[in-house]
Design a protein. Structure first.
Length: 195
C-alpha cells in the first residue's frame, strides 16, 4: 500500500517576492513572479490573470439543450460548447453573466438558474475560474452576437450531449465539466424526488 504523506499546508505555501507584468492585453494580463519556495530557494512563476467566466447548460422541458458550435483560433478548429462568456468587470455577478451569455449567444432566456460549481481550468498557469450553471424555465429572448462573433446554435438531447462529453467527443473542458455537473445534479434531484 502506498505511503500517504501529510504536511502543513501553510508551511508549503509559496511566497511572492516580486511580480512583474510582462504583457497587458485586452483580455489577458501576463505576469512573471519571483517566489520563495518552502525550502527557502527562489523560483519563477509565469501566470495569466484572467477575469473569470460563466458557463451555462440550458435545459428545456423536453429534455433537450442548446449548445453553440464556433471556431476557436488558438487550436484552429471548431468546437461544440455550452454557452459561456467572460466577466466583463471585476466583481461582476457570475449568475448575471450566465444569463446574459445564454441570451446573447442562443436567443434564450432562463427564469431559473442553479449554480453547479466553480472550476479552475488551468491551475498551472492561470487564475481563471469558470462558474457553471444549469438554466431552466426557458423562454425566447433575443440573440445578440458580439462584433466578430460567429456561431451556430445546436439543439440536441441533453442525454446525447452528456454521452458525448463522457466519451471525449466534446474536447472543450468547460463544456464537458458543465455537462457532467448538470447531469449529476439532475440525477441526484431525480433520486431525491423519487425517495
Amino acid at each position: 500500500m502506498p505511503t500517504q504523506h501529510t504536511f502543513d499546508m501553510a508551511a508549503v505555501r509559496e511566497e511572492t517576492l516580486h511580480s512583474q507584468q510582462v504583457f497587458d492585453g485586452r483580455l489577458l494580463k501576463v505576469y512573471q513572479d519571483e517566489v520563495r519556495l518552502p525550502n527557502g530557494q527562489h523560483s519563477v512563476r509565469e501566470w495569466i490573470n484572467h477575469p473569470g467566466a460563466s458557463a451555462v447548460v440550458p435545459l428545456f422541458e423536453d429534455g433537450t439543450t442548446v449548445m453553440v458550435r464556433q471556431f476557436r483560433y488558438p487550436p484552429r478548429q471548431f468546437f461544440l460548447e455550452v454557452p459561456a462568456g467572460k466577466l466583463d468587470r471585476p466583481g461582476e455577478d457570475p449568475q448575471a453573466v450566465a444569463l446574459r451569455e445564454l441570451e446573447e449567444e442562443t436567443g434564450w432566456c432562463a427564469r431559473s438558474l442553479v449554480h453547479l460549481g466553480s472550476l479552475y481550468p488551468c491551475i498551472g498557469y492561470s487564475n481563471e475560474v469558470i462558474h457553471c450553471f444549469l438554466a431552466q424555465d426557458l423562454e425566447p429572448g433575443r440573440q445578440q452576437l458580439a462584433d466578430g462573433e460567429w456561431l451556430e446554435v445546436v439543439r440536441l438531447p441533453l442525454a446525447e450531449a452528456v454521452a458525448m462529453a463522457r466519451c471525449g467527443k466534446i474536447p472543450d473542458m468547460k463544456s464537458t465539466a458543465a455537462l457532467l455537473l448538470a447531469d449529476a445534479f439532475l440525477q441526484q434531484k431525480t433520486r431525491k424526488d423519487a425517495g
